[in-house]
Design a protein around this ligand. Structure first.
Ligand code: TUI
Length: 312
């Protein structure tokens, strides 16, 4: 059986975490992933606290297994979201786009585990000192907001820099990816793009179709001043390129980007919406139940790891 320290810390069967994608990772997906033995995550994004509370209650009605919430630190509601996760005593939070340091004692008081996302060694070291339970090392292969370092280079550097469990994210699709992450010293993986195409994911069907059709070079980094977002190429990304060639201001980039993820994920506008996805989108070729995805990955990782022993 493929288990790691992450499974013991979180009380889960398999070391697989589902990415907490804003507008995409709803209670239905989170509950399905947790029911299948992984850790499902509700993406709070910029949602107001009452919506997040309702999502948590819905997930609790669908599974008795642990699940988590991703807290997006750029949200205007971040303080209220922390209050909601504390009230609801969710098992774990992952955090993105900011430093959860000031909330750690409040979260720990009610036994909530904290796994911040990091994309650099300096931030990993800083956050490890605040007493978090583990770190999610996100490589630049990921969809959405990304750093500058690839998963292959980032994970071993962070593993060597901290004493807490590290979860690898970015470019992981199957059992080979899980086995590779474990080989780099990670205690598990986080996957976003593959779970977007889970049957239980409530994202608009057009979003899933675009991921299924994507080929190796179909994602691109858009953004400005070190703020990069990986999305699938479309009319919107070409508009971003045109804007970049005019030396536009940050405000102009923000105006063009506003509301685009919701447009793609909820309305299904995959032409002028922001279809965030990782580079492994090219490997996603069908829609499968979360349980099938997880079992396939675990079985294949076990085969890969046993196969490797022949060469040792
Ligand atoms: O956050 C992400 N990925 C994202 S966020 C997003 S877009 C969005 N749109 C609407 C609503 C909500 C979200 C799409 N993808 N990844 C996690 C991540 N966080 N990667 C890097 C970081 C990060 C960056 C800076 C974490 C901390 C940090 O600074 C902390 C400090 O104190 O310096």
């Amino acid at each position: 059986m493929l288990t790691t320290s992450l499974c013991n810390i979180l009380g889960i069967k398999y070391p697989i975490i589902q990415g907490g994608m804003a507008w995409i990772a709803t209670a239905e997906l989170a509950a399905a992933v947790s029911e299948a033995g992984g850790l499902g995550i509700i993406g709070a994004g910029n949602a107001p606290p009452d919506v997040v509370k309702e999502q948590i209650k819905k997930a609790k009605s669908m599974t008795k297994k642990p699940f988590g919430v991703n807290v997006y630190y750029m949200s205007p509601f971040v303080e209220d979201i922390i209050d909601v996760v504390v009230e609801e005593k969710v098992a774990v939070i992952t955090t993105g786009a900011g430093n959860p340091g000031k909330h750690i004692s409040k979260l720990k008081e009610v036994g909530i585990k904290i796994f911040p996302v990091v994309s650099s060694v300096a931030l990993a070291k800083r956050l490890a000192r605040t007493g978090v339970d583990g770190l999610i090392a996100e490589g630049m292969e990921c969809g959405g907001h990304v750093g500058e370092i690839t998963t292959m280079a980032l994970v071993p550097q962070i593993v060597d820099a901290v004493q807490i469990p590290v979860i690898a994210a970015g470019g992981i699709f199957d059992g080979r990816g899980l086995a590779a992450a474990l080989s780099l010293g990670a205690q598990g993986v986080q996957m976003g793009t593959r779970f977007v195409c889970a049957t239980e994911c409530t994202v608009h069907p057009h979003y899933k179709e675009v991921i299924i059709k994507a080929k190796d070079r179909d994602t691109v980094l858009t953004g400005y001043h070190g703020h990069h977002v990986r999305v699938i190429k479309n009319k919107l990304t070409r508009a971003f390129e045109d804007l970049a060639s005019t030396n536009a201001s940050m405000e102009e980039f923000e105006k063009l980007g506003a509301g685009r993820l919701r447009a793609a994920a909820v309305e299904g506008d995959v032409v002028m919406g922001s279809v965030m996805a990782g580079q492994i989108a090219a490997m996603v070729s069908n829609i499968q139940p979360a349980q099938e995805i997880i079992e396939e990955i675990i079985n294949d990782a076990q085969k890969v790891l046993t196969g490797l022993q022949k060469y040792l």
